[in-house]
Design a protein around this ligand. Structure first.
Ligand SMILES: O=C(O)COP(=O)(O)O
Ligand SMILES: [Mg+2]
Length: 228
């Protein structure tokens, strides 16, 4: 259990922003299930789980585009058609095999008890984000949920982070983003918001240490050790 700090802790973090896929919930198995459903329907070979996991982070449309591109780059109309099938299947199988990561629920509970505001900030579409958070019983912890299509721009743009800080009338320096990938650290740096990365999520083959976050967490519960 290591917590490596690149910046001065503890963080005030009146508002804690948490990424969803790869940070709160291991959603890769069901995202892969939906992408492979589409590939099979098109008569193609399904992709291996680690391959699909590497496609997560820029929204479900980019995931499907990358999965189709294994064989051939799809046209936008081919991708539109694939997304109809993807959305139908994924919407019916959101949590068949996805699991909340260890330490997440208890940590959210503790953060809430400390009076901090919690925001879920994801590039996932709202149509999937809200039912997932509700079904897994995490929705009520969040005072604000920002999905990939909630605002005109998504991560790595700083807009959702700035929006969340403004929503709770806090300076970005009194917020902390917890994420798992380059989109999270890039958005945080662009917003001048401190950022912690979990080591267990979806950052391709690159260790999150290479992203130079302000803290590195092996388990979400370690977050409690670095907050003022
Ligand atoms: O790519 C996605 O759909 C979502 O990814 P995120 O929750 O890690 O932002
Ligand atoms: Mg993520």
């Amino acid at each position: 259990m290591t917590v490596q700090l690149n910046a001065s802790a503890p963080f005030p973090a009146r508002v804690v922003l948490l990424d969803l896929d790869g940070t709160l919930i291991d959603t890769a198995p069901d995202l892969a299930g939906a992408a492979n459903h589409v590939l099979r329907k098109l008569g193609r070979e399904p992709a291996e789980m680690p391959v699909i996991r590497g496609f997560i982070g820029n929204g479900v449309r980019e995931l499907m585009r990358r999965a189709l591109s294994i064989q051939q780059n799809p046209s936008e109309s081919e991708l539109d058609a694939a997304m109809v099938d993807f959305s139908q299947y994924y919407g019916a199988h959101l949590l068949d095999h996805s699991q909340i990561y260890p330490g997440v629920r208890d940590t959210l509970k503790a953060l809430q008890a400390q009076g901090r505001e919690l925001v879920c900030i994801t590039n996932k579409s709202q149509a999937f984000t809200l039912p997932i958070l509700q079904k897994i019983d995490l929705y009520d912890y969040f005072g604000l949920v920002l999905s990939g299509d909630s605002l005109p721009k998504k991560k790595p743009d700083p807009l959702p982070l700035q929006h969340a800080a403004a929503h709770f009338h806090q300076p970005v320096s009194d917020c902390l983003l917890v994420g798992d990938s380059r989109n999270d650290t890039q958005a945080a740096r662009a917003a001048a918001m401190p950022v912690a990365c979990v080591t267990y999520g979806y950052n391709g083959d690159e260790p999150v240490q290479a992203l130079h976050p302000d803290a590195v967490l092996d388990n979400m519960s370690e977050l409690l050790d670095i907050l003022a």
